[in-house]
Design a protein around this ligand. Structure first.
Ligand code: AMP
Length: 275
């Protein structure tokens, strides 16, 4: 496994002949790797003999009040974990190298204005700006993103389509703790007790799914689910039912995805569940 931390070195390396013809796959991450990230790497390895992972805490996707400076950075542990996978190359650039003179990109206005976009202004523009640069550098055949960040996945798919990039975007199912809590780097901010409580988001989505499948009125069950999370100390930012392909509001049980963002003791957690 090779570690490269500079855009120029990466370009020189990838321009060498043997790599030009490989089926290169790319897994973009912000590091502090857990089993969710490793599942993406594993899936990339199942279709490619040249898996690349980027590790970059992207400042452009954090708001001024968010946790950019405290976000966990654990490069040496991440490298040890990746050594045990079929990852061939890790790209871990410095902030200035990655952002200096970068072409700003825009996420789809509708997809980036709903749900997380309501409170995280410019977040998705920051995501697509860096992801686009990674695509330019790597020119992957396939890239892997987690369904845990479902809105992000839809935004990347739309971006690739709009820019007519020849890259397949694969979504990978959410990896969870035994409790049902979606694995996330931000879970490390939670105490043991809070982690137990945080699993209530997934449980609430499962209950909600069952209620909706039993043909209960959508607005009232969503309202009840929100209230029940709030009684358990969550501050619910949104809990919505949307069409899983367009993210437009929907009450058609066939295509619904339930999506939730809630903070528990200031730690922002997101999760989703398809009906
Ligand atoms: P991050 O490092 O949080 O930016 O995540 C990098 C990639 O890993 C994104 O595509 C995420 O959606 C994905 N990811 C994060 N957590 C999980 C999880 N629990 N299961 C599957 N994929 C995940």
């Amino acid at each position: 496994m090779i570690l490269i931390s500079d855009q120029k070195d990466l370009t020189n390396f990838l321009n060498e002949k043997p790599f030009k013809s490989t089926k290169l796959t790319l897994v973009p991450t912000m590091g502090n790797l857990h089993e969710g990230h490793l599942k993406l790497v594993e899936q990339a390895g199942s279709v490619s003999n040249f898996v690349c992972v980027s590790i970059f805490v992207n400042p452009l996707q954090f708001g001024p009040e968010e946790d950019f400076s405290s976000y966990p950075r654990t490069l040496s542990e991440d490298l040890s974990k990746l050594e045990k996978t079929n990852c061939s190359l890790v790209f871990a650039p410095k902030v200035d190298d990655m952002t200096f003179g970068i072409k700003q990109q825009k996420a789809d206005p509708f997809l980036s204005s709903i749900m997380c976009g309501k409170t995280r202004h410019n977040h998705f523009d920051g995501v697509v700006t860096i992801v686009n640069r990674l695509f330019e550098l790597f020119q992957p055949k396939i890239t892997f993103f987690g369904e845990k960040d479902y809105q992000q996945l839809m935004i990347i798919k739309e971006f690739v389509e709009r820019k007519k990039l020849k890259i397949a975007v694969e979504g990978v199912a959410t990896e969870r703790e035994l409790s049902g809590l979606a694995k996330s780097s931000r879970n490390s901010y939670l105490s043991g007790e809070e982690k137990k409580k945080a699993a209530l988001i997934h449980k609430t989505l499962i209950n909600l799914k069952q209620l909706l499948l039993d043909f209960n009125g959508i607005d009232s069950v969503i309202q009840q689910a929100k209230e029940s999370l709030e009684k358990n100390d969550f501050n619910v930012e949104y809990l919505e039912a949307r069409d899983r392909y367009t993210l437009k509001e929907s009450s058609d049980p066939n295509n619904i995805i339930l999506l939730c963002a809630a903070t528990l003791n200031k730690v922002r957690l997101i999760d989703n569940l398809k009906l």
